[in-house]
Design a protein around this ligand. Sequence first.
Ligand SMILES: CC(C)(COP(=O)(O)OP(=O)(O)OC[C@H]1O[C@@H](n2cnc3c(N)ncnc32)[C@H](O)[C@@H]1OP(=O)(O)O)[C@@H](O)C(=O)NCCC(=O)NCCS
Length: 440
Amino acid sequence: MNENNTEIINWFRASTSYINAHRNKTFVVLLAGEALADNNLPNVVSDLTLLHSLGVKLVLVHGARPQISAALEKNGRKSKYHKNLRITEAECMDTVMGAVGAESSKLEALLSMGASNSSSHGIQPGLCRGNFVTAKPVGVHDGIDYQYTGNVRKIRVDAIEQQLDQNNIVLLSNLAFSLTGEVFNLTAEEIATEAAIALNAEKFILLVPEPGVIDDNGELVLSLSESDAASYAKKLSKLDEDAVCISHALEACIRAYNNGVHRSHLVSFKENGALIRELFTREGNGSLISSDNFDNLRGANIEDVSGILNLIKPLEENGTLVERSRELLETEIENFKIVELEESIIACAALYDHGDGFGEVACIAIDSQFQKNGYGDRLLASLETEAKNNGIDKLFVLTTVTAHWFLEKGFVESKISELPQQRQQLYNFQRKSKVLTKTI
Ligand SMILES: CC(C)(COP(=O)(O)OP(=O)(O)OC[C@H]1O[C@@H](n2cnc3c(N)ncnc32)[C@H](O)[C@@H]1OP(=O)(O)O)[C@@H](O)C(=O)NCCC(=O)NCCS
């Protein structure tokens, strides 16, 4: 047996736990129009068919944005947008329906393909399309009538689940119908997100043009908390077209997350096998937005001030932390992140932007009952992500008793003179805090 075979056997054995974990779970998968136009689509569909054959309950949602734009242009019409949302004029509806219908048929055909050169050879899943999404008009905003552009009014959960229970894949497009019998053009992102929420999906998978979220060093971010996702979404929304697409995908994940769908994956639609590697290997091959028991890590708001004060008071009293008044905390609350458990704040940390690429980590505190559970580590990682996204490249911390903990996190002992000028002036020589810095 050659080395390659051993590798395959090991991988196949290791995949068993994933196969068992995914069986009978509902996955909602978003295939934007761009994914349908990509050369890799047959491989993606083949992998989706494989998932279905392994017992995953699949709801596929496809869009057709570039296809609609192209069809309108061909008919001599310009795509009209207001605030990034298409205005679907009555006279364009035939074209829109034609373009979307063509994409639905293309997907149906691929899903039905049993060609001998496809890995889904012999597997022909049952497929179901129908009036599973009820729409309502977006209406008039800023004096602009969106006409036949719609929003989701209701996802018919029972009807979809009935089909899934009968082992059918449910295929939804970006068209939906109103109770008055009209067809509306929606965004596939909205339908997919609302479907994932309504079905309480185990996973929400968004196929995107990049391998996932890419950090400043060009590395794929394999795992993000919800607050990291929010921070990246904000940053990427200001970059190029693909980055904006990832930003929108992250926003959809955050909405799903806040409504109970705690595992979303961004996976490339361009890379052959990316979906299989993401779902069946430990390393993964995309970006997972999940709770990992830290689902309650978030930015603090004014209502959290009392909870933070209760948490840090004993540490201020024993001199571990510098005292902060309620007034100061109220003005600086936006710098804080907290972890909340059962309605109480069990951990906090703050990041101060000092300009010139300098950021200060401060007031990191974990309730003594919850220490050594990784909360400190996770909070620090989250501050680092935020710092990077805000153009900070050097973190520093002043500490009297926790130097070793920071050293283990990659900080190094530094001199007071390495601090930003105004922070040097505020340095308390009586406290004799150690100065630690980390280039991020
Ligand atoms: C330091 C602190 C933030 C770490 O948070 P945490 O959630 O317990 O940390 P993690 O779970 O990520 O890491 C735990 C590890 O750090 C170690 N650790 C905790 N405090 C340490 C310290 N002062 N020096 C060295 N290691 C320390 C623990 O022993 C544990 O290591 P182990 O698992 O090998 O035994 C937390 O202990 C704390 O709130 N301390 C009091 C407040 C404080 O000192 N804040 C810093 C002000 S600058």
